[in-house]
Design a protein around this ligand. Sequence first.
Ligand code: UDP
Ligand code: MN
Length: 240
Amino acid sequence: SMPIIYFVTPTYARSVQMAELTRLGQTLSSVPALHWILVEDASKCNPMVGQLLRRLGIPFTHLASEMPAAYKKLKTPPRGVSNRRAALKWIRRNVKQGVLYFGDDDNSYDLRLFEEIRDTRNISMFPVGLIGDYAVSAPVVHDGKVVGFYDSWPAGRRFAVDMAGFAVNIQLLHQFPNATFIYQAGFEEDSFLQDIVTNADFIEAKAANCTEILVWHTRTVQVPAVILQPPTQTLTETSI
Ligand code: UDP
Ligand code: MN
């Protein structure tokens, strides 16, 4: 039988949230053998999000884990770290085998991505479109091996990889029980990968030796929502 993909999505309340989760959920509905772990950056689970999950009819786990207050005050808060950590904890407790992927709620996923990552033996890597000033972040592959990274923000990282650019066999989570994400914006991926990559030869290049883009780091423009932020001015209505 096929390995199950555990798709971990951190999410938070804002005007576009239900639109993002509906679109992502309907993408995931087309993927066989997938379990969606949706973790809200909140003190408790939003029932409206729970309703969507049940309506989709796919296997899911709905969790909540709020960013600690001290990090919210930072100029660039580490987004999605508390929730991804909660997902790691849940997986370590409940799952023995399968493939782990971190898919943010606003990215765009080609369905072929899922079949690429499903047979990840250790760690697989692949390009992510629409990242940084080069419009792509991609592993550099030589003779079938990942030898470096093409990324406009190296920042001294050993693994200059976006969150959406790698998948991990869950056996590694058990092999490295302390592997985690640090609370430092921009360095989350590198910290986690440094914890689990003992030998760069274990990295598997996917997406036709990293020549294809199967996931994009799209970002959605936020629209003002009166429900989240009551306007001070009078609302305008027109009639026909
Ligand atoms: N996120 C979160 N809490 C926040 C901000 C973001 O849980 O306070 C989630 C968000 O829903 C997304 C991920 O963390 O799945 C990355 O956030 P975002 O897309 O804003 O970051 P970017 O892609 O712009 O770096
Ligand atoms: Mn994003």
